[in-house]
Design a protein around this ligand. Structure first.
Ligand code: ARG
Length: 459
């Protein structure tokens, strides 16, 4: 390709062919074309209003850009690597189509403020899409929590049986994490939605531009305050990657639970066949591939966060070509995040709880030991002493190979005379969960109230 480079004026020999390909970004930044054109239309509109372009030039530019957009939409645009990036490809096609007016579009701006504007416009849209998918996943979790508000399973600490909980309560824990993720993204968007355009190369421009107007036209909350910062700041991308990483960390933990729960050894849940795959050699296998893959994808997204931090850490002001390396990690983060959220939201409604297995598991491992201690406290025994008494009862259960509820009243009274036959109520699973009846507790009654609140917050 021998497209003339817009910056060729001061050069005496052509770019080395490999260097041209090596430094080009068009293969990946062409994805920004809609935002690039949107930014250019706003810029041309402002330039004309300020008398820097004529109304006729503005019209030719806008029509030319819209025609280019349509060509790209319909895959009828020829991208050129020698034109380096999306910005010069579009500008050069514009000049080819409309002549001299096209050459005036770049008045008062630089690719440095242009690219920073494009990425922010793009990321703003993607954040909205991601927040929408998050909401869909949260709603699926609320529905599942409602369906299984009374289903009992063992809750764990250290992955050892701790206390009985309800499945609905467990799902609402995931809801909370995702709610924070959604808030974090909205907050991040406040700093994404600020306009670098008008910073020009680094110092601003000598033309009497109106940055408030372009910001308004593009729906930004306002122009950035400092032109040096405007062209070089990638904090917004790092911040987004951090929010994306935390979100993926949550999805990865959730995945891990689904993987453990769907194993033959736990047998707590069954994932629908549509989200699993088989083995080419072991006929019995049904593998939880979707959660496993999402757990794996968290790694690359954390990697992109570290990559972007490292990209920025040594850069002096203002723009440096290093910044071109911001796009691929960002694109990959967005694509994988959206994919992971979509598949998760689709998968949740098909989760089937194997209630009998969960119940049987909750019956094992002395899950109601704390309830027995609390019972003794209500009878006037200090908690530390009660803890000791129950510890001894558990030791007897371990020796006999049975749970607390299977010990006789005489055996239990051997540890404390305060124990009476009403003790067996607190040793049941239903008694244990129903007793945790306060905001944030696992009692089915509280779970239902929490579901109501969650529905109001999931907007
Ligand atoms: N392709 C470049 C990037 O992605 C656009 C800005 C280039 N500016 C420059 N002066 N080389 O960062």
């Amino acid at each position: 390709m021998s497209d003339k480079k817009p910056w060729a004026g001061r050069f005496n020999e052509p770019t080395d062919a490999f260097v041209e390909a090596f430094t080009a970004s068009v293969d990946f930044d062409r994805r920004l074309y809609r935002y690039d054109i949107q930014g250019s239309i706003a810029h041309a509109t402002m330039l004309a209003d300020r008398g820097i372009l004529t109304a006729e030039e503005r019209e030719r530019i806008i029509q030319g850009l819209e025609a280019i957009r349509e060509r790209i939409d319909n895959d009828q645009f020829e991208w050129s690597v020698s034109l380096e990036d999306v910005h010069m490809n579009v500008e050069s096609a514009l000049t080819a189509a409309i002549g001299d007016a096209g050459k005036k579009l770049h008045t008062g701006r630089s690719r440095n403020d242009q690219v920073a504007t494009d990425i922010r416009l793009w990321l703003r849209d993607e954040i909205e899409t991601i927040r929408g998918e998050l909401l869909r996943l949260q709603t699926a979790l609320i529905d599942l929590a409602e369906r299984e508000a009374e289903t009992i399973l063992p809750g764990f600490t250290h992955l050892q049986t701790a206390q009985p909980i309800t499945f609905g309560h467990h799902m609402l824990a995931w809801f909370e994490m995702l709610q924070r993720d959604r808030e974090r993204l909205a907050d991040c968007n406040k700093r994404v939605n600020i306009m670098p355009l008008g910073s020009a190369a680094l110092a601003g421009t000598t033309y009497p531009i109106d940055r408030q107007q372009t910001a308004r036209l593009l729906g930004f909350s306002g122009p950035c305050e400092n032109s040096l910062d405007g062209v070089s700041d990638r904090d917004f991308a790092i911040e987004f990657s951090a929010a994306a990483s935390i979100l993926m960390m949550h999805l990865s933990r959730f995945s891990e639970e689904l993987i453990i729960w769907s194993s033959a050894q736990f047998g707590f849940v069954e994932l629908s066949d549509r989200f699993c795959t088989g083995s080419s050699i072991m006929p019995q296998k049904k593998n939880p591939d979707v959660p496993e893959l999402i757990r794996g994808k968290s790694g690359r997204i954390f990697g992109h966060l570290v990559g972007l931090l490292t990209l920025m850490k040594g850069q002096p002001l203002a723009y440096n070509k290093d910044n071109q390396e911001d796009k691929e990690p960002l694109f990959d983060t967005v694509d994988n995040l959206k994919g992971s959220l979509k598949v998760f939201a689709d998968m949740i409604p098909g989760i089937r709880c194997r209630t009998e297995n969960m119940r049987a598991a909750a019956m094992k491992g002395f899950a109601t030991a704390t309830d027995l201690a609390d019972y003794l406290v209500r009878k006037g025994i200090p908690f530390r002493d009660a803890h000791e008494v129950v510890g001894k009862a558990v030791a007897l259960g371990v020796r006999k190979g049975c749970d607390l509820a299977d010990l006789s009243l005489e055996e239990l009274r051997g540890f404390s005379g305060q124990i009476e036959d009403d003790v067996f109520e607190v040793l049941t699973l239903e008694g244990s969960i129903a007793a945790r009846d306060h905001i944030g507790g696992t009692a089915p009654r509280q779970v239902r109230v929490a579901i109501e609140r969650a529905r109001r917050r999931a907007v």
